[in-house]
Write a protein that binds this ligand. Structure first.
Ligand code: HPA
Length: 274
């Protein structure tokens, strides 16, 4: 057995002491979007800090727990707050919770985040379907011994954000009356926001939104054969696009402002794919 797999099974057994809930769909809620988890039919919760071996999150606006329960009858596990590598973890460590949600039984994964708008046609408050991503500025979470029990050494990354789920997000947005955008997400390391020159580089590379998470999570999920969907909440225009100074408070505030349409969209999406 690979060392990585053995470690994962050990952490899983810790969680299994608290709940044996088997989710179908896994959800990761980004900055300012976490309240959704309080509104589902909750069956159990597990704080990351209560599980030996799990990385923990200390970011304001991130609760740091798994919430298990039902969205309109669909069994889900929600990460209410994610772990970021800028908190001092390797990208491999920060994505352990994603691996665990697959081992719990989830075959589909919806990743959400707060992101800066790089595409000048976007505006704060927009929601964007992640069509693809650029991750090569952060270290791949797949570097190291391959966890061969979960996936192959050289996983394919085309159709990373599945066409099925992208269509389901689009249909859900239409049903909810949301004018959803589409684009490419780029992950940079954070925790600092980018410089205007870096944002010009992101745009030149083809990015529409920028953030500090998600791409690495999608990569480990794809390695394990999960079907993935991604939604960015554009909380601000990225550095240099408008004169505003960037702050985490603004990010949380704008994410909170769109939480109503975001929550309706997620519920509709879970029903469709669950
Ligand atoms: N840059 C990086 N991450 C972010 C931003 C941003 O402008 N907004 C929200 N998350």
């Amino acid at each position: 057995m690979s060392k990585g797999y053995e470690k994962l099974l050990q952490i899983l057994s810790e969680i299994r002491k608290i709940t044996d809930f088997k989710p179908k769909v896994a959800l990761v809620l980004g900055s300012g979007l976490g309240e959704y988890a309080d509104k589902i039919e909750i069956a159990a919760t597990v704080n990351y800090s209560d599980v030996k071996g799990l990385p923990t999150s200390g970011v304001t606006g991130h609760k740091g727990r798994f919430v298990f329960g039902y969205v309109k009858g669909v069994p889900v596990v929600i990460m209410q707050g994610r772990v970021h590598s800028y908190e001092g973890y390797t990208t491999e460590e920060a994505t352990v919770p994603i691996r665990l949600m697959k081992l719990m039984g989830a075959e589909k994964l919806i990743l959400t985040n707060a992101a800066g708008g790089v595409n000048p046609e976007f505006a704060p408050g927009d929601l964007m379907i992640i069509e693809d991503h650029i991750s090569c500025f952060v270290k791949s979470p797949l570097i190291g011994e391959n966890i061969s029990e979960l996936g192959e050494r050289f996983p394919d990354m085309s159709d990373l954000y599945s066409k099925n789920i992208r269509s389901a997000i689009e249909a859900s947005a239409e049903k909810c009356g949301i004018n959803i955008k589409r684009g490419v997400y780029i992950q940079l390391s954070g925790p600092n926001y980018e410089t205007p020159a870096e944002i010009r580089m992101c745009r030149a590379l083809g990015a529409d939104a920028v953030g500090m998470s998600t791409a690495c999570e999608a990569m480990v999920a794809k390695h394990m054969g999960m079907e993935i969907g991604g939604i960015s909440c554009i909380t601000n225009m990225a550095a240099g696009i408008c004169a505003n100074k960037l702050s985490h408070e603004e990010v949380s505030l704008v994410a909170g402002r769109v939480s109503d349409s975001f929550e309706r969209l997620i519920t509709e999406l879970v029903i469709r794919i669950g």
